[in-house]
Design a protein around this ligand. Structure first.
Ligand code: SF4
Length: 426
C-alpha cells in the first residue's frame, strides 16, 4: 500500500490519464497524500514549449530530492525520456505507472470491502488479506491473514452490481487464489461459477492470483474458465522472478516450475487467452545470472501482458534491510526487460489483426473513441464511436484493423447508425 503524490501538467488528455492512473491506484488500495508524506511522487509532464520542458526538468529534480521514488510519465517522458536519464526516476508510459507504484505488492481491498460501481465497471472485492509473507511487502502489515466473506455474501454483492448496471465485474482481492483458505477450503472456482450463473449479459474479470495459491487448483480453475463464457479468459499470475533463489529471498510461495505448471493448465484448456504477469527487477539479492533467468522466462512463456517493476525498499520490510543494488543496475535491468516485454506483448495484438471479435465496450477513450475488451480481455479501441451510436455497456462485433503494441484498433461490423437511429437510441 503506497502513499503517493501526483502532479499533472498540460492538456485535458494528460488530466484524463492522471484521473485513470488515480482510479487504478485507488482500486488497488493506494492513498493520495501531500508531498511531504509521500513514498512515491508521480510527475505527469507536458512538453508543449521549451519553457515548459525546462520547468518539467526542474520540477523532476525537486521531487527526486524530496521523495524515495519518482515516476515520470506524460508527453515529455515519451518524447524526450533521455532528458531524465541523470535522475533516479522511472520514466514510463502512463499505463505502466500503477504497477510501478504498487512495487510488486498485491492490491489492497478497501477495509469495508464494499463493491464500487464505476461507469459500467463493478469492482467486487471478494476477500481481504493473504496467506503469504513476502519479504518486500508492506501491505501485509496492514491487512494480515486472509479473511473471506462467504460465497453467498459475495454472490449477493455481485448480483447487486449487475442489477445496478455493471456489465463488467472485476473480482479483486490481494490474492484471489487463496479465497476461502481461512475456512479451510479452496473456494475460488465455486465462487466464479456462482457469479457467472447470475442472470444478465455481463463479463467477469478475475484479479491478481498468486501462483502459490492457484497451483493446487490450477486444473479445476482452468476448467471453470473453459466452461464460463462470462469469464474473460484472462489470468494475472505475478511470477516476480525467473530465479528460484530470488523467489526464496522474496519469500514467495511458488518457484518457477509451479508458475509454469499453472500456465500449462490454462494452455491445455483455452485457445485464445491472456496471461498477465509481473516481474520485480533489481531485487537486492538478484545476480546478473538471476536477471538472465527472468529474461529467459519472459521470452519463453511469452505473456500477453507484463508489468515490470523496479525494486524499491519499503519501510519496515525485511527486504529493506538487505544491501540494495545500485540505481544504475536497476535502471539497466528494467530497461532491458521493458524492451523485451514490448516485443513479446505486441505479438498479442498483431495476432488479432484481420480477425472478427465480439467485444464489450467498457469505457470512453480519447476524443470520440471507446475502449473495448474481447473474450481474452485484449483491449480494442473503436474510433468515431458516436457515428455507430455505441457506448460503454454495449456488446458489439468488430473487425480488428491494426495492432498498436498494447492495444488494437477495431471497426464495428454493424454499419454506422444513422442520426435518427442514434437519436432514437438516446
Ligand atoms: S501475497 Fe505477498 S505481496 Fe501480496 S499482499 Fe501478501 S505478502 Fe504482500
Amino acid at each position: 500500500m503506497a502513499r503517493y503524490h501526483i502532479e499533472t501538467y498540460g492538456c485535458t488528455s494528460n488530466r484524463g490519464e492522471s484521473r485513470e492512473i488515480e482510479r487504478r491506484l485507488r482500486d488497488a488500495g493506494h492513498h493520495r497524500v501531500p508531498l511531504d508524506a509521500a513514498d512515491v511522487a508521480i510527475l505527469n509532464t507536458c512538453t508543449v514549449v521549451e519553457k515548459t520542458e525546462r520547468n518539467m526538468l526542474r520540477r523532476a529534480k525537486e521531487l527526486e530530492a524530496e521523495v524515495a521514488d519518482l515516476v515520470v510519465t506524460g508527453c515529455m517522458a515519451l518524447a524526450q525520456g533521455e532528458e531524465f536519464a541523470d535522475l533516479d526516476a522511472q520514466v514510463l508510459h502512463w499505463e505502466d505507472v500503477p504497477a510501478a507504484v504498487t512495487n510488486g505488492e498485491c492490491p489492497t481491498t478497501t477495509p469495508d470491502a464494499e463493491p464500487i460501481l464505476d461507469g459500467v465497471v463493478g469492482i467486487l472485492p471478494i476477500a481481504r488479506g493473504c496467506m503469504s509473507n513476502c519479504s518486500y511487502c508492506i501491505t501485509k502489515h496492514a491487512t494480515g491473514r486472509i479473511d473471506s466473506p462467504s460465497v453467498e455474501e459475495n454472490v449477493r454483492k455481485a448480483e447487486a452490481l449487475v442489477h445496478a448496471g455493471a456489465t463488467e465485474l472485476r473480482v479483486t482481492g490481494q490474492d484471489t487464489g487463496v479465497y476461502g483458505w481461512d475456512e479451510g477450503e479452496r473456494k475460488l472456482p465455486e465462487l466464479l461459477d456462482r457469479i457467472c450463473d447470475i442472470d444478465g449479459e455481463f463479463r467477469v474479470r478475475l484479479g491478481m492470483a498468486n501462483p502459490g495459491g492457484v497451483h493446487g487448483i490450477r486444473e479445476e480453475l482452468a476448467d471453470t474458465f473453459a466452461r464460463n463464457e462470462k469469464l474473460y479468459d484472462f489470468i494475472h499470475l505475478p511470477v516476480q522472478s525467473g530465479s528460484d533463489d530470488v523467489l526464496a529471498d522474496m519469500r514467495r510461495q511458488h518457484r518457477v516450475e509451479k508458475f509454469r505448471e499453472c500456465v500449462a493448465a490454462f494452455d491445455d484448456r483455452l485457445d485464445h487467452w491472456t496471461l498477465s504477469t509481473d516481474f520485480i527487477v533489481g531485487f537486492p539479492t538478484e545476480t546478473p545470472a538471476d536477471h538472465e533467468r527472468s529474461m529467459e522466462l519472459l521470452a519463453d512463456v511469452r505473456p500477453e501482458k507484463v508489468n515490470v517493476t523496479r525494486f524499491s525498499k519499503r519501510p519496515n520490510t525485511d527486504a529493506a534491510e538487505m544491501k540494495g543494488l545500485g540505481g544504475q543496475t536497476k535502471k539497466d535491468r528494467s530497461k532491458a526487460m521493458s524492451e523485451l516485454k514490448m516485443d513479446v506483448v505486441s505479438e498479442a495484438y498483431d495476432e488479432l489483426v484481420g480477425t472478427r471479435r465480439e467485444v464489450l465496450v467498457v469505457e470512453e477513450g480519447h476524443g470520440d473513441s471507446v475502449k473495448c475488451r474481447d473474450s481474452a480481455y485484449r483491449q480494442i479501441v473503436v474510433q468515431n464511436a458516436s457515428d455507430y451510436g455505441i457506448e460503454p455497456g454495449d456488446f458489439i462485433e468488430v473487425d480488428v484493423t491494426g495492432g498498436e503494441r498494447v492495444y488494437a484498433f477495431g471497426t464495428p461490423v454493424a454499419a454506422p447508425a444513422d442520426s435518427e437511429e442514434v437519436a432514437a437510441a438516446d
